[in-house]
Design a protein around this ligand. Sequence first.
Ligand code: 3PG
Length: 214
Amino acid sequence: MTPAEQSLKAAEICRLAPVVPVLVINDLAHAAPLARALVAGGLPALEVTLRTACALDAIRAMSEVPGGVVGAGTLLTAADVKAAKAAGAKFGVSAGATDRIIAACEDEGLPLLPGAATASEIMALFEKGYTVQKFFPAEQAGGAAYLKSIGAPLPQVMFCPTGGISLKIAPDYLALKTILCVGGSWVAPSDALANGEWATVTALALEASRLKRA
Ligand code: 3PG
C-alpha cells in the first residue's frame, strides 16, 4: 500500500469523528467495554497505545466491537507494524516516522498516520506521498497558532494534531481547514477505566463527538 493510498485511508478514518481517543489500556478486561463506550458516544476511530503489556490483545478484543475502527500507536519498529497488523489494527500512528516504519507499512498494507512537527518533517513526508499526518506533540510544539502558520504555505497536508489537547482547546484546532480531527486521551481518563465507569466515558465521548469541524 503506497503512502498516498495509506493517506487516503487515514483521511477516511480521521473523518469519522472530530476526536480520535488515545487509549492507554493496562487491563485487558477494560478493552471491549471501553471500545463499546466510546463507539456508543460517537467516537468510532480508536488509537490503542502500544505502551502497555496487553495493548496487542486489547486491539484484538476491541476489533470485535461493532462500529469500532481500531488502530495502534506509537509504532516504533517494523516489528510493531507487523504485530499491530496481525492483531487486527486498521491503521497505525507514530510520533514521528522512519524509513523502516514506512517500508513496513507499505509491505504490510497498514495505513500510517506518520508524525511530524516541523516544516521540513512535514515536507519530507509529503514528498513520500503522505498528505495526512499527525502533528505531535501538538500543544508543546506550538499549538493551533503554529499549525495555522504551517498550513498557509503547505495547504495540501491535512493533520490530526495530538498531544496536550483537551475538550476546551480542541475547537482552536478544529477551526482550521487543514485539521481532519484531533487526538486526545481526555475522553478515557484512567480512573474511569479503573472503576469501570463506562457511562462516564460515553458522556465524555458524546461531548467530544459534538465538536464542530471547519
Ligand atoms: C499520547 O499520550 O501519546 C498522546 O500525546 C495523547 O495524549 P494526551 O492527549 O494526554 O496528550
